[in-house]
Design a protein around this ligand. Structure first.
Ligand code: ARG
Ligand code: ASP
Length: 685
C-alpha cells in the first residue's frame, strides 16, 4: 500500500488512477485482473467466474425485474434479492387485509408461493466482444439475429463500452414466471427506512426471496400451473463462517450507470445545476406525500413504493453534490484536463478536442436541463401520463375503447390519490413556470395561466373540471374537451424535442458523446498507468475488494460490522422506521440466538450488515457478495453517505458498499419467518 502510494506520488496522477478496489470489470475479460484478485484472497480461476463451455458463477447471477440483481441459492430456482428490489411486487400482492409489507410473507410450501404478474428475471447466456466483426462489416442486426437463434434466446444486444471504442454482444433469456416465496416485515426489510438509507451504521435486513419457474424442459415460459421450479446450471453455496476485516469480497451483478471519465463541465452540471433543481422539486413532492401518509394507513401503503423511489435518488443526489464538492472533483478534473491538453497540443488528432467538447456542452446543456426540469415537474404530476395517453392515441386515430381505457387507468393511475396529486401539481407547475425559460413554455399554457391568474389557480381549475379521474369510460367528446387532456396535449412538441436529449447522462447525448470516443482513446494513450474499466451500463460486471471499515471523519472510524445490539439501540415503537417486530425484541431479551450467535466486542450478538470496498452502483442492489471461494456471504444493497459520489469519482479511502450479512438473512428466515425448510433447500445444515 505504502509502496503504491509512493509510486503514485512520483509517477502518476494519483487521484484518477484506479487502485485495487476501483472498477467494474467485464466477466469474460477478468483474466487481466485475476493475479491481483488472487493476491487479495480470491481462490478460484477466471473461468470459474465466466465460461462459455462449462457452468460458472455467472449462471447463478440474474438481472431481477430490470433494475436489480438476484442470485440462485438452490438447485430448484430459489432466488435471493433485496427487499427494496422486491418491494413493488410485495406491495402489489398486498392489501389492507393482507399487508405483506407490514407483516412479511412466508410461503410454507410451493403451493403457497405467489405469482407476480409482470415480474421478470433475465439470465445472461453468453457475452462476447464483437468489435472486430463489426469493423469487418457485419451488421449489428445480423449478429444479433444469429446469436438469438444459436443460443435459443429471446434477447440479444450489442452494447458499446469506452464510449463506442469497443462493442460487446450480450445474449439473454427472460423468465416470466417468478413467484414470491418470502419477505420479512418492512420493519426488518426496510428497517431504518429513508432515514438510514445511504448511511452507515446500518441495520437493514434488506432481502426477499423468490422462485423462478420454467416449463417441463427447463425453458422460460409464461406463468402456468404446470410450470416447475427452474433448475439453474449453477447456484451459490452459502457460507455461514462470517466475515473478518481484510477478507476478500467479490460482487457479481448488473451495475447501471457510472461516468468516471467525464470532463469538468459534466461534473459541474451534475453538482451545481441538475442535482439542486431535482432535489428542490422532489422535496416538494415528498413533503406532501409524507404528510398524507402519516394521516391514513391505506394511503401509506398506496404511496409506499412511490415515496421510496422518489426519496432514494433525492437523498443520493444530496450526498453526491456534497461529496463531489468535498473531493474537489471539478478542480481536479480541470487540472487533469490541463495536463492532457499540454500533451495533446502537438497531436493534430487530439489538439482541439477539449475545446470542442466544451462547446458541445454549452450547446446541449440548456436543452438537457429543460428535459430534466420537465421530467421532475410536469411528469411529477401523476395525472399527466394518463391524460397524455388519451391525447396521443386519439391523435394517432386509435379508438379508445372501454377496455383500453381500463388498461391505461390500471397502468397510470394505480394507487392514486387525487388530493395528493392536486397538491403536488399546484406546486410543481409553479416551479416549472419559475424555472423554465419562457420560450420553452407552451404558448397555450402561458395563455391559460394568464387567464386564470396563476399556475396554482389553473391547476385548481383543471382538478375541479376534469372528468378523467372520476368517470370511466369517457366518450370521445368528453375526453377531447377535458382540461387535463388539453393540458397534456400542449406538451406534444416539448416531448418531441426532449426525445433528442433522452440519454442516460448529459455526456451521452450524441453531440457530446461523439467526442468522448476520441477522448477515451487519447486518455488511454496518454495516461498509461491508469487502469481503465468501462463505465457501468446495466451489463454484468465483477467488482472486487475487501471487508473493511473507513474513517468517516477526523477521529471517527466506522467499523465493518453491525449487530442485533445496534437494532435494539435504535428500536423505538414511536418512530415508524425504527419500530421492530415484537418477536425480535423477545429473541433479544432471551439471548437465545442458537446457532446464529456470534461473539462481538466481548458480547453475544447476531451479525446484521457489513462494509466492504467494492465499487458498486445502482443496479448492484441484490448482488451476491462472495468470499474467496465464491461462496455467498451477503447481499449487496447500498453505499455509505460518503460514497454517493462514486458514480463520478470513486475514492478508495472512503467508498464502501453495504451488504446484509447472509447470517442475518438466515436468522430472520429461521427465527422470524419460521421458514427453516428453505434453509434445508439451500443446503444450510
Ligand atoms: N439506497 C439504496 C439503493 O440505491 C437502497 C434504496 C431502498 N431503500 C430506501 N429506503 N428507499 O437502491
Ligand atoms: N441501492 C442501490 C441499488 O438499488 C445500490 C447502490 O446504489 O449502491 O442498486
Amino acid at each position: 500500500m505504502i509502496k503504491r502510494l509512493l509510486f503514485c506520488a512520483l509517477a502518476c496522477v494519483t487521484f484518477l488512477t484506479a487502485t485495487a478496489d476501483e472498477g467494474m470489470w467485464l466477466p469474460n475479460m477478468i483474466k487481466s485482473r485475476i493475479k491481483e484478485m488472487r493476491k487479495m484472497g480470491f481462490k478460484l480461476k477466471a473461468d470459474d467466474i465466466y465460461s462459455d463451455t462449462k457452468a460458472s458463477l455467472k449462471d447463478a447471477v440474474v438481472q431481477f425485474g430490470g433494475g436489480c440483481t438476484g442470485e440462485f441459492i438452490s438447485p430448484e430456482g430459489l432466488l435471493l434479492t433485496n427487499h427494496h428490489c422486491g418491494y413493488s411486487s410485495i406491495q402489489m400482492l398486498s392489501s389492507v387485509e393482507h399487508d405483506y409489507l407490514t407483516d412479511g410473507f412466508w410461503a410454507m410450501s410451493r403451493s403457497e408461493e405467489l405469482p407476480v404478474p409482470g415480474l421478470t428475471v433475465t439470465m445472461l447466456v453468453k457475452m462476447e466482444e464483437v468489435t472486430a466483426r463489426l469493423a469487418a462489416g457485419e451488421s449489428e442486426e445480423a449478429i444479433i439475429e444469429e446469436a438469438k437463434e444459436k443460443y435459443n434466446a429471446d434477447k440479444a444486444e450489442i452494447e458499446p463500452i469506452y464510449y463506442g471504442n469497443q462493442q460487446v454482444l450480450y445474449v439473454y433469456r427472460t423468465f416470466r414466471d417468478v413467484r414470491l416465496v418470502g419477505a420479512p416485515p418492512s420493519s426488518i426489510g426496510k428497517f431504518g427506512g429513508d432515514t438510514d438509507n445511504w448511511v452507515w451504521p446500518r441495520h437493514t435486513g434488506d432481502f426477499s426471496i423468490f422462485r423462478v419457474y420454467a416449463n417441463a424442459d427447463n425453458e422460460p415460459a409464461e406463468y402456468s400451473e404446470e410450470n416447475v421450479p427452474y433448475r439453474p446450471a449453477r447456484h451459490f453455496k452459502v457460507s455461514t463462517k462470517g466475515v473478518e476485516e481484510g477478507d476478500f469480497t467479490m460482487i457479481y451483478g448488473f451495475p447501471g450507470n457510472t461516468q468516471e471519465y467525464v470532463t469538468a463541465d459534466a461534473v459541474e452540471y451534475v453538482a451545481e445545476v441538475s442535482n439542486p433543481m431535482k432535489i428542490a422539486l422532489r422535496t416538494i413532492r415528498l413533503d406532501i406525500i409524507s404528510e398524507a401518509q402519516s394521516k391514513d394507513v391505506a394511503t401509506r401503503i398506496a404511496y409506499a413504493a412511490k415515496h421510496a423511489n422518489i426519496a432514494n435518488a433525492w437523498k443520493k443526489w444530496q450526498g453526491e453534490s456534497l461529496g463531489l464538492d468535498k473531493l474537489g472533483t471539478v478542480e481536479k478534473k480541470k487540472e487533469y484536463e490541463k495536463a492532457f491538453a499540454a500533451w495533446a497540443a502537438d497531436k493534430p488528432q487530439y489538439a482541439n478536442l477539449l475545446d470542442k467538447m466544451h462547446d458541445a456542452y454549452e450547446e446541449v446543456i440548456p436543452h438537457y436541463f429543460a428535459r430534466e426540469l420537465f421530467n421532475e415537474s410536469i411528469l411529477g404530476m401523476e395525472f399527466f401520463n394518463y391524460a397524455y395517453w388519451f391525447y396521443i392515441y386519439d391523435a394517432r386515430g386509435e379508438k379508445l375503447t372501454a377496455d383500453k381505457q381500463a388498461e391505461a387507468r390500471r397502468i397510470y393511475l394505480n394507487d392514486y390519490r387525487k388530493e395528493i396529486d392536486h397538491a403536488i401539481s399546484r406546486r410543481l407547475l409553479s416551479e416549472y413556470i419559475a424555472r423554465m425559460p419562457k420560450e420553452k413554455v407552451p404558448s397555450q399554457l402561458t395563455a391559460a395561466i394568464n387567464e386564470h391568474g396563476s399556475a396554482e389557480a389553473f391547476v385548481d381549475y383543471m382538478f375541479a373540471n376534469t372528468r378523467l379521474l372520476t368517470e370511466y369510460p369517457l366518450t370521445r367528446e368528453k375526453y377531447l374537451e377535458d382540461p387535463m387532456v388539453k393540458f397534456a396535449g400542449w406538451f406534444y412538441n416539448t416531448l418531441q424535442d426532449n426525445r433528442k436529449y433522452a440519454y442516460r447522462n448529459l455526456s451521452n447525448v450524441p453531440e457530446i458523446e461523439m467526442w468522448y470516443r476520441t477522448y477515451m482513446q487519447a486518455l488511454r494513450e496518454w495516461d498509461k498507468e491508469r487502469a481503465f474499466y468501462p463505465d457501468a451500463n446495466f451489463t454484468l460486471r465483477v467488482a472486487y475488494g475487501i471487508v473493511t471499515g473507513y474513517e468517516n471523519a477526523d477521529g471517527e472510524y466506522h467499523t465493518h460490522l453491525t449487530t442485533l445490539d445496534g437494532i435494539i439501540a435504535k428500536d423505538n415503537p414511536e418512530i415508524y422506521d425504527y419500530d421492530i417486530p415484537q418477536a425480535l425484541r423477545d429473541i433479544y431479551k432471551s439471548k437465545d440466538y442458537g446457532r446464529w450467535a456470534i461473539e462481538h466486542n466481548g458480547k453475544k450478538s447476531v451479525p446484521v450488515c457489513f462494509l466492504a470496498s467494492n465499487h458498486t452502483t445502482g443496479g448492484n442492489s441484490g448482488s451476491p457478495v462472495l468470499n474467496g471461494k465464491g461462496e455467498l456471504i451477503g447481499i449487496n444493497f447500498d453505499r455509505t453517505w460518503r460514497s454517493t459520489m462514486s458514480d463520478i469519482e470513486f475514492d478508495p479511502s472512503i467508498c464502501r458498499n453495504i451488504s446484509v450479512d447472509i447470517r442475518y438473512v438466515l436468522f430472520v428466515m429461521d427465527r422470524i419467518g419460521g421458514a427453516g425448510y428453505l434453509l434445508e433447500e439451500m443446503g444450510v445444515k
